[in-house]
Design a protein around this ligand. Structure first.
Ligand code: PHB
Length: 384
């Protein structure tokens, strides 16, 4: 009898464990930034492909919600519905800064750990104690670019950034680090987030004749539009170097942008060409699960690592997932990512990682961001 009771108790416990863990994913999956969501999702699926989707007996279920954005009001509403109606255990995704900022109060009020897989303005993690970031910040990738440029003897730079959070972060940090290293900013322009017409800005830069132009535009559509104006206005022929954050030469669209990108120098935390066993396994799994995507980009790797962290929490907490206990684990994550070693700074809940300097090169008829220098263990300087 005792034995039978124990067996029933055991069965009951395992049934309780069988309850799935729900992750509510908020990102654009349609519209001009559809690839933001698709890349993150494919990164998550690559993680499941390599490591399974069940931890401590609990399957991780991803509930996808499309903002069609950038669309902060919609992102907030979707996060709210996921928290209160779908009773998710985690919020995840968040491609655009305004969407992450709009959803931050939901994470706090509903007490849901919110795992950022792209949105990269420094301030985001300060907006809720339940936010942790597995992507990057713009100051984190812009400072190394400035240091590298100054070291090359580049003395005057014009900056062009998109006029919202991440662009302003990039502009300010680049100028701060570059001027501290003896460089001079000879001009600065901010372009609109929606439908920018780059040609007049590029012409203005060409007329100013700086040694180099530093660029941040959100990856995808804007990278393509900038590169088109860059090629048409003959910036390269005028001898003006392009240095940028890796958003410009995003792996998702690099091959499509083609020839004009050759030789562009960027700083970023992930390249699909990164040479490591972890990345080779990731890229292979990505191609097995991703539909209609050319290559994994930095959003895919953040999706992969963010899900790895969620899986770690599920493994450790099992049936008792509680937001504060989950945050205590997430704050101390440390892992070997396909991008290289990463960890979370427990003081800021922001990622610490290697920032690579890369050059666009052609290999076997394909364009790649080839890493040739690196800055290890870079914290977000935006919070210092
Ligand atoms: C952002 O909105 O934070 C963002 C979007 C696209 C990028 C980088 C940052 O490539």
């Amino acid at each position: 009898m005792k034995k039978a009771l124990a067996a029933i108790a055991c069965l009951a416990a395992s049934l309780a464990f069988a309850e799935p863990v729900k992750v509510g994913m908020v990102a654009p999956f349609s519209g001009v930034a559809a690839d933001f969501g698709k890349q993150m999702r494919a990164g998550i699926d690559a993680f499941f492909k390599l490591h399974g989707d069940t931890f401590a007996g609990r399957k991780i279920e991803v509930i996808v919600r499309d903002t069609g954005g950038p669309n902060p009001e919609v992102a907030k509403r979707l996060a709210q519905e996921l928290a209160t109606r779908d009773h998710v255990d985690f919020l995840a995704g968040f491609g655009f800064t305004p969407e992450a900022l709009a959803a931050a109060p939901v994470a706090t009020q509903a007490k849901k750990p919110m795992v950022i897989m792209n949105a990269a303005t420094s301030i985001i993690t300060t907006k809720s104690p339940y936010i942790v970031r597995f992507s990057m910040t713009l100051p984190q990738v812009s400072a190394p670019m400035a240091t590298w440029a100054a070291k090359q003897g580049i003395r005057n730079v014009y900056t062009l950034v998109t006029d919202y959070g991440p662009g302003i972060d990039a502009e300010k940090q680049f100028a701060k680090t570059f001027e501290a290293a003896g460089g001079k900013i000879v001009g600065a322009v901010r372009t609109p987030l929606r439908n920018p017409e780059f040609a007049p800005y590029v012409q203005r830069i060409k007329d100013a004749k700086p040694e180099a132009v530093f660029i941040f535009v959100p990856s995808g559509e804007q990278s393509v539009a900038f590169m088109k104006a860059f090629a048409e206005r003959g910036l390269k022929e005028a001898g003006i170097k392009v240095i940028a954050t890796g958003d410009l030469t995003d792996d998702d669209v690099l091959q499509a942008m083609g020839e004009p990108t050759l030789g562009i120098i960027t700083s970023h935390h992930y390249s699909a060409a990164h040479d490591s066993p972890e990345n080779r396994a990731f890229v292979k799994a990505f191609h097995e699960v991703a539909k209609g995507l050319a290559r994994p980009n930095f959003m895919a790797v953040a999706g992969y690592d963010g899900m790895a962290a969620i899986a770690d929490v599920v493994t450790r907490l099992g049936a008792n997932i509680d937001a504060d206990k989950a945050m205590a684990i997430l704050k101390h994550e440390k892992m070997m990512s396909p991008r290289g070693p990463i960890h979370i700074d427990p003081a800021t809940r922001d990622i610490v990682q290697t920032v690579y300097i890369r050059r666009v090169e052609k290999r076997d008829g394909q364009f790649w961001n080839i890493e040739f220098d690196q800055f290890p263990d870079v914290k977000d300087p935006g919070k210092e």
